[in-house]
Design a protein around this ligand. Structure first.
Ligand SMILES: Cc1cc2nc3c(=O)[nH]c(=O)nc-3n(C[C@H](O)[C@H](O)[C@H](O)COP(=O)(O)O)c2cc1C
Length: 175
């Protein structure tokens, strides 16, 4: 797994974008790579394969899926978010850094970093299943800015594969 800093969730404090990280690691290892961070469509999958991956992992897109058990408020917040709608928290504090949706809660954390970032997840169930977007930190990636509909997983995967194949064909035709 190679995950860029644009992805949602816990992160290396020294975040590096997938565009830089993936080819860097591809050139140094000889094992299959799954790329994560910003994946949501056939185009991003084709880009990941071009950079050296053999597979992709999606986080934020799957949180937004119809079958995802998180509260609809979180899914709606992903749909509403722009590509600038996330924040990178805890770059300098103890514990992991993380990328999350901009909310009143995460804005307050950014302005006044807590001593223990993980304590901010104490009421995560109220966020995940209760829909209180300020109960904890809503882990999500920058790709939220590209997600504009809640769709079933099968539709998401089918659309990605169809677009991936057409992008690859178009690129091969230009070669
Ligand atoms: C709500 C949420 C929870 C996550 N939890 C974990 C986790 O427990 N462990 C982990 O390794 N990655 C976790 N991730 C990271 C995802 O597995 C995935 O690699 C990442 O979201 C990819 O970036 P994307 O959000 O741009 O798709 C989480 C991501 C999200 C959005």
């Amino acid at each position: 797994m190679v995950e860029g800093g644009e992805g949602g969730g816990f992160k290396n404090k020294d975040d590096v974008a997938l565009m830089v990280l993936l080819p860097l690691i591809r050139e140094k290892v000889d094992v299959p790579i799954i790329a994560a961070g910003g994946m949501t469509c056939g185009r991003t999958m084709a880009a990941a394969f071009a950079l050296g991956a053999e597979g992709i992992q999606m986080g934020t897109r799957i949180v937004s899926a119809a079958e995802s058990p998180v509260h609809d408020n979180w899914k709606q917040a992903i749909l509403d978010a722009a590509e600038t709608g996330t924040v990178f928290l805890n770059r300098h504090g103890q514990g992991p850094a993380l990328r999350a949706l901009k909310t009143d809660r995460t804005a307050a954390i950014e302005a006044n970093p807590p001593d223990h970032i993980m304590m901010e997840m104490a009421n995560a169930l109220d966020l995940y299943f209760g829909g209180d977007m300020n109960a904890a930190i809503a882990l999500s990636g920058q790709v939220a800015g590209r997600i504009d509909a809640v769709k079933p997983i099968k539709t998401i995967v089918d659309e990605i594969i169809t677009e991936f194949n057409s992008v690859m064909k178009a690129m091969a035709a230009q070669a």
